[in-house]
Write a protein that binds this ligand. Structure first.
Ligand SMILES: *[C@@H]1O[C@H](CO)[C@@H](O)[C@H](O)[C@H]1NC(C)=O
Ligand SMILES: *[C@@H]1O[C@H](CO)[C@@H](O)[C@H](O)[C@H]1NC(C)=O
Length: 506
């Protein structure tokens, strides 16, 4: 039950993260807000200050509340709703930073691997690194972050298949890790957090590997819940067609799961104009792509940064931050009536598919171009870990004081002038009363965007309950429900939500 906590202590108002950070679920190839039923488009950035060396036994991107307060304010100013983090250390405490992100209305997509020894799959000898210690760490990440409602999903891997040798050895192991994580979640997590993979922008492998990760041999957990494409093909002045984005849309138009850019923002032509942002959220793409994440928030040696963190911890905004912010703030609102129609089309396709076979996902082929899957999927070694669960602190939201929500650092503009900031994380989700502060309205007021409150009728249960043809109901057997455990439409969707919420909140 929602408890209404309103404590004034030493002059600070304690804020309680409410029940209203809505988890996202997957519905056909769309992310959906599980409460409002509205499709969710990722507007985000990749976030890994310090790169891979920013993760140690003592520190990771979500372990220092002061730094989180500083950066989350800048996320809000930028106008994003999601960040991706490439690695964290599950032995550290992330409650304060995750509560801050939730307060700010920001979701997290989290990679489960880290550069620490035995915390990632070796793409050339995956049979050695696919071991119990590895999986234990992966499950610790999953266990801890499944408890935060603003965890959008997990990436089981990033660019593991990226050359001929890795394409020979690692595809089946990536699929095995996805399966193991999904089984772990099914048995241990409070809700079905989606599990995906983030692919290198390599034409030889991108398509065949996405098809292989989508398919099912006999366990629905073998299928990836979403697919991230790292795409750097829009460089300088381009259009939907000259960039080749049109081909990407064609390629993934029949994909059964959500697809989005897990990295984008080519820096071969400087300054970056981020004109692709307009394309990504236009009718050209929103049927197939669920938005994307710009690489990357902080300036690192490879020169993709939006901001520079100075040794003092103060921040200098770079021109790319200003440009991206302006692109995001001048974006037209997503055309939701268009999306509603394409969702209905998607649901019909899925129903047609279910008439022919038991699962929504395709059945695996014996082989795929350019990748070797001939050895078959390795049997899981994780049965005991899945059965017993792993030992790690479960994430929980905590009360935040105004002081914690206030940044202690200075922010400078590209020319060195002091940048005026809000000073505090803006509360998008009311943490005290347990009700929403009208998230979108708030953002609109702040940035004077063109957001309009969309007609909520699109997302009513009736609108999403696509007519079942006669006999359709009979096809909803328990196998089908199980097989579509994270991938579901209309009535299936409602049933699943019920069963999971029962599990969670009884
Ligand atoms: C998480 O989301 C569920 C479903 O909307 C809600 O019932 C629950 O209270 C939320 N939990 C927190 C801690 O916000
Ligand atoms: C918001 O933008 C519109 C059009 O760009 C402008 O006419 C209006 O005055 C702005 N409102 C505020 C409060 O800045």
């Amino acid at each position: 039950m929602v408890s209404f906590i309103y404590v004034v202590l030493l002059g600070f108002i304690l804020r309680q993260v409410s029940a209203y950070v809505h988890p996202l679920v997957i519905h056909g190839h769309y992310f959906i807000d599980s409460v409002t039923k509205k499709p969710f488009y990722i507007k985000g950035v990749d976030y890994q200050p310090g790169g891979s060396s920013g993760v140690t036994m003592f520190k990771d991107p979500l372990s220092n509340p002061d730094e989180c307060a500083r950066d989350i304010q800048l996320f809000q100013e930028l106008g994003i709703n999601t960040i991706r983090i490439y690695s964290i250390n599950p032995d550290l405490n992330h409650d304060v930073c995750m509560s801050m992100l939730a307060t700010a209305g920001i979701y997290l997509v989290l990679d489960v691997n880290s550069p620490l020894p035995n915390h990632h799959i070796n793409r050339y000898e995956p049979w050695n690194s696919y071991n119990i210690d590895y999986l234990e760490n992966v499950f610790k990440v999953v266990e801890q972050f499944s408890y935060y409602n603003n965890t959008l999903g997990f990436f089981a891997g990033n660019e593991i298949v990226n050359d001929q040798v890795s394409a020979k050895h690692s595809p089946v192991y990536v699929k095995a890790v996805i399966r193991d994580i999904k089984m772990y979640i099914e048995y241990n997590s409070p809700r079905p957090v989606p599990v995906g993979y983030s692919a290198a922008d390599d034409l030889s492998y991108r398509m065949p590997f996405s098809e292989y990760l989508e398919c099912v041999y006999n366990n629905p957990a073998e299928s990836v819940d979403f697919y991230g494409v790292n795409s750097y093909q829009w460089c300088g002045e381009q259009t939907f067609y000259t960039s080749g984005y049109n081909l990407l849309v064609d390629d993934y138009s029949t994909y059964t799961s959500p697809v989005f850019f897990s990295e984008y923002g080519c820096n071969e032509v400087l300054p970056r104009m981020f004109e692709e942002v307009k394309s990504l959220y236009s009718k050209d793409m929103i049927d197939v792509f669920s938005g994307g994440l710009v690489y990357e928030f902080t300036q690192e040696p490879n020169n993709y940064g939006l901001v520079e963190i100075m040794p003092s911890g103060d921040v200098r905004l770079l021109n790319d931050y200003i440009t991206l912010k302006s692109q995001l703030h001048t974006l037209s609102e997503i055309d939701y009536s268009h999306v509603a129609n394409s969702m209905r089309r998607n649901a019909k396709e899925i129903q047609a598919r279910l008439k022919i076979q038991k699962t929504i996902q395709p059945i695996c082929e014996p082989s795929y171009p350019n990748i070797d899957v001939s050895k078959g999927l390795p049997k899981t070694i994780a049965e005991d870990l899945i059965e017993m669960g792993v030992d790690v602190a479960r994430g929980k939201y905590v009360s935040l004081s105004d002081q914690q929500l206030t940044s202690k650092f200075k922010v400078y503009e590209p020319n060195g002038a002091v940048h005026p900031t809000a000073g505090m994380i803006i509360t998008e989700v009311d943490l005290m009363s347990g009700s929403e502060l009208g998230r979108r309205r708030h953002i609109k007021d702040l940035h004077n965007c063109t957001y309009s409150d969309t007609d909520s009728d699109y997302w009513s249960d009736e609108a999403l309950n696509y007519e079942m043809e006669s006999g359709g109901e009979e096809e909803i057997t328990s196998t089908t429900i199980r097989s579509s455990i994270f991938q579901t439409v209309s009535t299936y969707f409602q049933k699943l939500i019920k069963s999971f919420s029962h599990k969670l909140y009884e």
